[in-house]
Design a protein around this ligand. Structure first.
Ligand code: BES
Ligand code: MN
Ligand code: MN
Length: 467
């Protein structure tokens, strides 16, 4: 029996324990945005560092940053074998509105073959598929067949403010042939996919100011511009009636899809019924020149994430608010720049501001869009691994979410990333009742074992070919 076969058999026999370990990790409320949870972030960092060590990594460290630590460890087996950089994030999103959870977010609960907990899918369950795969080789007395360098971040959900600097500072030790990240979704249960592109993000806050303080709406109303109305006017003007963004220059840097890509995307089995169910808008919305799959993966967007002003408590209060605010995000596609998009929005908003109010736009965070080389050989190893574990060949997909580290790895380390996603479209990421399919968890572990074995075999084949 080969080591890979033994590792697979071990992983299958060890499922209950693998689930128990994931339950431990998702019990830790490592909410990165909330300063009150900083000790929990630390506990989660220590937990994943410990697990990485148990799985066979050497020199596991918890590197401090200006905010939450980066956990790093290596498994170096053979200088002649390829090196794979594995990334995951151990931080999670806040749980509000907490009253909509059927079971408490940090009391992990299995129902119908799914684990319900904040972080179950995004990204603790998915990062654990890699640590469990690694542990399986060790459990059968062996080592993985390729070198691994593992980076586990605690700030992904707040825009990775310190990761760029960490990667730049450790460039010397991060040499690798490719990166692998499990932080995306499959198309449907039983239908794996490999994501070859993610959108970027530019996130801003708009503040509209009128009077120096709130005014009585009877005493002043009708004679001064209301900042809340001004903000509504500005926001309404940011799209045309076809759903296109009106910011001048917004689409200039967009690299269009090739005909071949459009044909591939048209062949992706997209579940329109599920889309209609999830959104309540069966027909979709947006630029009619693009299909819904294209709008989600290959076109940039502008969305209001939050809007507030004046009296929002119970009952009525007559007030003419001094200020109005909105949080606005733009999803970006290659080659749009997050800073450029934020600057274009800021400039355009100034031209839209009606007389009587002033407008300030502040950049909160951003990330670059990413496309990986669809011809990279590791995609074959990944596709074969998914087919072995799920019994079906994957589709290549574009996803609309953002994992800015993919572009960072390309820019700083020259690495393409294989995105092996094990989430499902209805896993409720960032929402109440987040869940992770246990079938995907266990098959994800098996996929990663196959993937490493396939990469090693391909490298040996290539070396043999040269000899
Ligand atoms: N894992 C998600 C991104 C994602 C979700 C990709 C679903 C593909 C499918 C990631 O943790 C995330 O939430 N990213 C944020 C951006 C980040 C900069 C805060 C996002 O996409 O909103
Ligand atoms: Mn994630
Ligand atoms: Mn997330």
């Amino acid at each position: 029996m080969s080591l890979a076969t033994a590792a697979l058999a071990h992983a299958r026999a060890d499922r209950d324990a693998a689930l128990a370990r994931l339950v431990e990790l998702v019990s830790i409320p490592s909410i990165s945005t909330d300063p009150a949870h900083a000790p929990d972030i630390r506990r989660a960092a220590e937990w994943v560092a410990g697990r990485l060590r148990d799985a066979g990594a050497a020199g596991v460290r918890i590197d401090e940053t200006a905010r939450h630590p980066v956990v790093y460890g290596e498994v170096l087996v053979d200088a002649a074998a390829p090196t794979v950089l594995v990334y995951g994030h151990y931080d999670v999103q806040p749980v509000d509105p907490v009253e909509l959870w059927d079971t408490p977010p940090f009391t992990p609960t299995v129902r119908d073959g799914r684990l319900y907990a904040r972080g179950a899918c995004d990204d603790k369950g998915q990062l654990m598929t890699h640590l469990e795969a690694l542990a399986a080789w060790r459990a059968v007395g062996g080592k993985p067949p390729v070198n691994l360098k593992v980076i586990l971040e605690g700030e992904e959900e707040i825009g990775s403010p310190n990761l760029d600097a960490w990667v730049r500072a450790h460039k010397g030790e991060l040499g690798a042939e490719l990166a692998v990240i499990s932080d995306t979704a499959m198309l449907a249960p039983g239908q794996p996919s490999i994501c070859y592109g993610l959108r970027g993000l530019a996130y801003v806050e708009i503040e509209v100011t009128g009077a120096p303080g709130d005014l009585h709406s009877g005493v002043y109303g009708g004679a001064v511009k209301n900042p809340a109305s001004a903000l509504a006017q500005i926001i309404a003007a940011l799209h045309d009636d076809q759903g296109r963004v009106t910011i001048p220059g917004f689409y200039d840097a967009v690299v269009g899809l090739t005909d071949a890509e459009r044909a591939d995307l048209a062949a992706v089995p997209f579940d329109l019924g599920a889309f209609g169910q999830a959104t309540g808008q069966a027909g979709g919305w947006g630029d009619p020149a693009y299909s819904i799959v294209e709008r989600l993966g290959a076109r940039p967007t502008l969305d209001v994430n939050g809007i507030w002003s004046g009296w929002t408590g119970p009952g009525a209060k007559t007030v003419l608010p001094a200020k109005a605010h909105a949080k606005v995000s733009m999803r970006l596609v290659p080659d749009q720049s997050p800073h450029e998009a934020a600057a274009q929005l800021a400039a355009h908003v100034q031209t839209l501001a009606p007389a009587g109010v002033s407008v300030a736009v502040r950049e909160l965070h951003g990330g670059w869009p990413a496309r990986v080389d669809r011809g990279m050989p590791a995609l074959n190893a990944a596709a074969a691994a998914l087919e072995s574990a799920f019994g079906r060949a994957p589709h290549l997909t574009l996803e609309g979410g953002s994992v800015p580290v993919v572009a960072l790895f390309k820019q700083e380390l020259g690495l393409d990333t294989v995105m092996l996603g094990f989430g499902l479209p209805d896993d409720n990421l960032h929402a109440p009742n987040e869940k992770f399919s246990l079938d995907n968890y266990f098959r994800g572990i098996e996929t990663n074992i196959h993937f490493l074995a396939n990469l090693a075999a391909a490298a040996q084949g290539a070396a043999g070919g040269r000899a």
